[in-house]
Write a protein that binds this ligand. Structure first.
Ligand SMILES: [Zn+2]
Length: 71
């Protein structure tokens, strides 16, 4: 059988993207980490860069360290 179209996982990844986006903003607003679900406080974030990163990615300090390295 000839394959005419190769299905891409577009729908799935879009869905994941939306979930990530909506879940992310909700988590950030409520001060939770989107990755591990831990509570994130201003004090738990090491510096201004980590603070900024949290407002962008929603990752707590530990998860940021894991993703970006502890530097
Ligand atoms: Zn985390």
């Amino acid at each position: 059988m000839e394959i005419k179209f190769k299905p891409e996982d577009k729908a799935e990844s879009l869905e994941q993207l939306f979930e990530m986006m909506f879940g992310r903003s909700t988590a950030i607003e409520s001060g939770k980490c989107v990755s591990c679900g831990k509570e994130v406080t201003r004090e738990s974030l090491r510096n201004e860069i980590s603070f900024k990163e949290y407002t962008i990615s929603g990752l707590c300090q530990e998860c940021q360290d894991e993703v970006f390295g502890a530097d």
